[in-house]
Design a protein around this ligand. Structure first.
Ligand code: FES
Length: 105
């Protein structure tokens, strides 16, 4: 699976990751050395894994209740917002472009 990540400086990089490892997008981003805190460990409770889907939003699996409730609290919510921890690496992510909304230094 290959997708593109845009960091907070607007720099884009393509990431390739096998889809048979059961990783979430959040875990894949951390493994690719992006600084996202993921304080809650992927429970849809912290929103530090917030991404804006610049391309491919409509292909992604539907937003779950917990994810929706968390997204709804975000001041910087966009119509294409998702929580990276709630997205499994799968075919649906192929070709997508994700902007990191809460990358730390
Ligand atoms: Fe906390 Fe995704 S890691 S909401």
């Amino acid at each position: 699976i290959a997708f593109t990540v845009e960091n907070k400086h607007g720099e884009r990089k393509e990431i390739e990751i096998p889809d048979d490892m059961g990783l979430s997008l959040m875990e894949a981003l951390k493994a690719s050395e992006y600084n996202i805190l993921a304080t809650c460990g992927g429970m849809a409770l912290c929103a530090t894994c917030h991404v804006q889907v610049l391309q491919g939003f409509d292909n992604l699996p539907a937003i779950g209740d917990a994810e929706y409730d968390m997204l709804d609290t975000l001041p910087d919510l966009t119509p294409e917002s998702r929580l990276a921890c709630q997205l499994k690496i799968s075919e649906e992510l192929n070709g997508a472009v994700f902007r990191l909304m809460d990358e730390s230094d």
